[in-house]
Design a protein around this ligand. Sequence first.
Ligand code: CP
Length: 308
Amino acid sequence: MDEMKHVISAKSFSREALEALLATAGEMRVIQAQGGADFLSHKVMAALFFEPSTRTRLSFETAMLRLNGRVISTENAKEFSSAVKGETLEDTIRVVAGYADVIVLRHPEIGAAARAAEVSSVPVLSAGDGAGEHPTQALLDMFTILTEVGRLDDLTVTLVGDLLYGRTVHSLVYLLSLFRDVRIVCTAPAAIPLPADVIAYAKARGVHVSFEPDLSRAAKKTDVLYQTRVQKERFPTVGHYEAVRANYVIDTRILSELPPHSIIMHPLPRAGEIDPGVDRDPRAAYFRQSHYGVPVRMAVLKECFTSN
Ligand code: CP
């Protein structure tokens, strides 16, 4: 995190800072199980969501409440905030920064969180900026891998599905790039590949990036099978979406190829790309992953208000 403790991009984390945050998240799991703690009494978090959300908004709100903070929230801010009257994002942020001690922002435009941070007098935590990044999702994804697989070095992570518009994978690649002997395998339709700049970032940091269009073959050799939803809302036409949406589905056949020690992750929501028949398998980690969002966001919020 930078001086103002904004969380805008996963690129801003060092390995040391990430490991410290994950350790705090481990402590927060214990505190959560005990019901909470008083760390953020009298602090107010504003949740400004200009796009739909279940997990990110509710887990941030839960995290704040578990730390005895308070929450003000605008769901569907595109229609139910003064944005509908033409207020700019910058003006909204300037105003809300006078009401709250931290702002959690989800917005459909790439770069919106950075724009908000430019004008905000309180920390801005990005909850996703269009097809750009989703840094706190990547933090909880790394916590999931560490908790479930037991390590962050020497991993094969297979990214499946919409790697172009799927902002969670961009942030995840940036965080994985902090670790040693990481192999990223891309299993994606040709129309929605991992962006070249994300690949270049990983390769420049020693990550081995490869491409395997056959999901069964990729599944055989992976530690983490990270499935994503094809992001219908970001495609130029429904036809472009329909052409790729059902390309890769994890079902019991794929499950039979996966090594016993591996896990299946998904940021959720899913829209048909993981068969519900997979859910009972202990390697299906995606619902546990969604639950880790609370302790990880408790750690992020606590860090916001901790002086260095
Ligand atoms: N993973 C995630 O961002 O889910 P929501 O869109 O429900 O917040």
